[in-house]
Ligand binder design. Structure first.
Ligand code: LLP
Length: 432
C-alpha cells in the first residue's frame, strides 16, 4: 500500500509504523516528531553486508555515511550490524566515539578538514583519512609527524562520472570541489606526491559519483575507471593500491515512481567489473568499501506533524499549515524534492484533493510539498511525510528559534526516544 514496507493502516484508519499507531505516537511525543523503524534500518544494513559476502567473498566493508543521520544510537545500530562509518566532521567523529564506535572502522572525509579535526582523528586513531587536496596532504603529514604517527590514507578521485542526472555523464566533472581530477593528471601527481611523505601511507582510492542514483551502469563505469587508474599507478610507480572505495549514492523510494535497484544486482555487477579488471592488470582483487547513507535510513523514517490552519485560495491553491517545516525538512526548499504525504489520521481514505503543505517559518519558500495528493486534511489531523529518515534530522536547523524535533525509534512495536526534543533552554544555552 505504501512505498515504505514498515507502514500500514490499522482498524482506526490510522497510519502505523512498525506496528505502532502514528496518531497515538503524535499524541504521546508531540509534533513534529521523526519516527523510525529499527527493523527497516537493520534489514538495509544486512543486505549490504550479505551482498558483499555473496558476490565479493566478504572481501569488503559497507560503511554507513553518517551525514545521512548522525546520532549515537544510529552509530550503535550500524556497529551492531557489522558496518563501518563514514564521517565528515569533528562533530560526527565525536558522536561516533561517544557511541563507542570502533575507530579503525571509520573513514574521515571532507574537502576542508581543519587542523583541529585532523588532530582529533589522529588522537582517536581513526582508521583512514580520505585526502581531498594537496594542501591537506601536506598538513596531514605534518600533524601526523608531530604525533610520531604514520596514518593510513585514501585519496578522493573525481572519476569523471557524474550520475546526478538520469542520463549519467561520462566526461568532465573537473568542476567539483571534491577530490583530484583524473583527466588532468592531477590525481596521478598527487599519488606520486604521497610517496615523498613519511607519515602517510596510501593504501586506498575513493570515489563517489552522486546520490539518489537508480542505474547500475554509472557505478560500474566508475569502478572500471578507478581500476584502470590503479593499474596505471602500478605501471608507472610500482605501487600497489590494495583497497577501493566506491562511495554511496543508492536511490530510495520517495514516491511510487522511484524504482531502486536491488543491492545484490549492484554488488553483482560491480564485483564482476572489479574482479575482471584485477585479472586484466594482474593485481590482487582489492578490498572494497561502499558508503550507503540514504538507503540505510531513508525509507525507515517518517515525520509526523499536526495540521493548523488550512487556507484555501480559490482557483490558486490550498495551503495546509503544519507545526514544523524547513527547520526539520529543508529538502523541498533546497532541491524541490518529491515526498509522499499521507493524512495519518485518515490513512484508510484515498486522496481526494491536492494541497500545498506549508511550514511555520517566516519564509515563503518554507514548503514541504506542492500539489500533494491527500485525503482532505482538517485542523488537528496528523500528517505524515514519508521517507524522511535521511538528510532531514541531519540537515535540520533552529531557524526562527524553532526547537529541533525528537527521533523516536520503533522496535518490536515499542517506541523509544533516541534523540530528545530540544528545549527552549537548549536553544539559549550558548547565549551569553
Ligand atoms: N560517500 C560520500 C563521500 C558522500 O559524499 C556521500 C553523500 C555518501 C557517501 C552517501 O551518499 P548516499 O548513499 O546517502 O546517497 N543532502 C543531500 C544529499 C547529499 C549527499 C552528499 N554525499 C540530500 O538531501 O539529498
Amino acid at each position: 500500500m505504501f512505498v515504505n514496507d514498515c507502514l500500514n493502516v490499522n482498524e482506526n484508519g490510522h497510519l502505523t509504523i512498525g506496528g505502532c499507531d502514528t496518531v497515538e505516537l503524535a499524541n504521546e511525543y508531540g509534533t513534529p516528531v521523526y519516527v523510525m523503524d529499527e527493523d527497516t534500518i537493520r534489514t538495509a544494513c544486512s543486505s549490504y553486508v550479505q551482498s558483499i559476502a555473496k558476490y565479493y567473498n566478504g572481501n569488503g566493508l559497507a560503511m554507513f555515511a553518517s551525514k545521512a543521520l548522525c546520532c549515537k544510537e544510529l552509530c550503535r545500530i550500524v556497529n551492531d550490524e557489522k558496518m563501518g562509518l563514514d564521517v565528515v566532521s569533528g562533530g560526527e567523529i565525536y558522536t561516533a566515539m561517544k557511541a563507542d564506535f570502533p575507530p579503525e572502522k571509520i573513514h574521515f572525509h571532507g574537502n576542508n578538514k581543519t587542523a583541529e579535526e585532523i588532530n582529533m582523528a589522529l588522537d582517536y586513531n581513526i582508521g583512514k583519512i580520505v585526502v581531498d587536496n594537496l594542501y591537506e596532504l601536506e598538513l596531514l603529514n605534518q600533524l601526523a609527524k608531530a604525533k610520531n604517527k604514520v596514518v593510513k590514507i585514501s585519496m578522493r578521485i573525481k572519476p569523471g562520472v557524474d550520475a546526478h542526472t538520469h542520463d549519467f555523464i561520462r566526461t568532465g566533472q573537473i568542476d567539483s570541489k571534491f577530490g583530484f581530477a583524473l583527466e588532468t593528471g592531477e590525481a596521478m601527481e598527487a599519488v606520486k606526491k604521497t610517496f615523498q611523505y613519511n607519515n602517510v601511507e596510501l593504501t586506498e582510492l575513493h570515489c563517489h559519483i552522486g546520490s539518489q542514483i537508480f542505474d547500475i551502469d554509472p557505478f560500474v563505469t566508475a569502478a572500471d575507471i578507478m581500476m584502470d587508474f590503479i593499474g596505471s599507478i602500478k605501471a608507472q610507480t610500482g605501487h600497489l593500491i590494495t583497497e577501493l572505495n566506491l562511495g554511496g549514492g543508492f536511490g530510495i523510494r520517495y514516491s511510487a515512481a522511484d524504482k531502486p535497484t536491488a543491492y545484490d544486482d549492484y554488488m553483482n555487477a560491480v564485483s564482476k567489473a572489479v574482479i575482471a579488471k584485477s585479472a586484466q592488470y594482474n593485481i590482487p582483487v582489492p578490498f572494497i568499501f561502499i558508503e550507503p547513507g540514504r538507503s540505510i535510513v531513508g525509507e525507515a523514517g517518517i515525520t509526523l506533524y499536526k495540521v493548523g490552519g488550512v487556507k484555501d485560495i480559490p482557483n490558486i491553491r490550498t495551503y495546509v499549515s503544519i507545526d514544523g517545516g524547513m527547520c526539520d525538512n529543508i529538502r523541498y526548499a533546497l532541491y524541490k524534492s518529491t515526498y509522499t504525504i499521507v493524512n495519518a489520521s485518515h490513512a484508510d481514505k484515498a486522496p481526494d484533493t491536492k494541497v500545498t503543505i506549508a511550514g511555520k517559518c517566516c519564509e515563503s519558500g518554507d514548503l514541504i510539498q506542492e500539489n500533494a495528493p491527500i485525503a482532505t486534511p482538517r485542523v488537528n489531523d496528523i500528517i505524515a511525510v514519508l521517507s524522511t529518515g535521511a538528510y532531514n534530522y541531519s540537515m535540520s536547523s533552529n531557524y526562527n528559534r524553532i526547537t529541533k524535533a525528537p527521533i523516536i525509534m520503533i522496535k518490536d512495536k515499542t517506541p523509544r526516544v533516541i534523540v530528545k526534543r530540544q528545549s527552549y533552554d537548549d536553544l539559549i544555552q550558548n547565549d551569553i
